[in-house]
Design a protein around this ligand. Structure first.
Ligand code: IMP
Ligand code: MG
Length: 175
């Protein structure tokens, strides 16, 4: 285990199993639909790669880079740093996220994608900090407690995205 971690929360094997199950459910639910996965960079990278291998559909993949201004308001104003390459008009969209915390960013993106003519917009997230939001993403790998986690795409100050499992960061690193 990495010295920066308090404990391993989810192993590589458990992540793979979750991807398999999510992929099978998405395959079943989206038969005959025009599907596009929209990965939110950078955290989605390992997850979208592993998940997509288990989705047996002729889907497309696009990416976005967004950042939200976190202030006191709930409006969740969004800055788009890298936008979609092509139209999603008429597509059934699956937003691929590493983790949903407050869910503020996602709510704003969902509304924005519906405005671009998507037929539907649902969220696939590997992790959901369930106590911090009431978004109820359609597809969730794991519900987790309100602890800061890293690995498998998730960073702390841009590091540790390459750890192949998910662990809880020691408090001394972020206190
Ligand atoms: P939200 O808008 O509060 O849901 O923010 C979600 C974003 O915050 C995620 O996409 C991550 O980039 C980041 N984030 C939230 N919790 C964690 C965590 O425990 N570890 C690493 N990044 C996190
Ligand atoms: Mg993120």
């Amino acid at each position: 285990m990495k010295e920066i971690l308090k404990k391993i929360l989810i192993t590589a094997e458990e992540i793979d199993q979750a991807c398999k199950e999510l992929g099978a459910n998405i395959t079943k639910d989206y038969q005959g639909k025009k599907v596009v996965l929209i990965g939110l960079l950078k955290g989605c990278i390992p997850f979208i790669g592993d998940l997509a291998k288990y989705i047996d559909l002729d889907l497309e993949v696009q990416y976005m880079v967004v950042s939200s201004y976190r202030g006191g308001t709930s409006s969740g104003e969004l800055q788009i740093k890298y936008d979609l390459e092509s139209s999603i008009n008429g597509y059934d969209v699956l937003i691929i996220e590493d983790i949903v915390d407050s869910g503020k960013t996602l709510e704003t993106i969902q509304a924005m994608l519906m405005n671009k003519g998507a037929n539907s917009v649902e969220v696939v997230t590997l992790l959901n900090k369930i106590a911090n939001n009431n978004l109820k993403p359609k597809y969730v790998g794991f519900e987790i407690e309100n602890e800061f986690v890293v690995g498998y795409g998730l960073d702390f100050q841009e590091k540790y995205r390459n750890i192949p499992y998910i662990g809880i960061l020691k408090e001394e690193y972020y206190d």
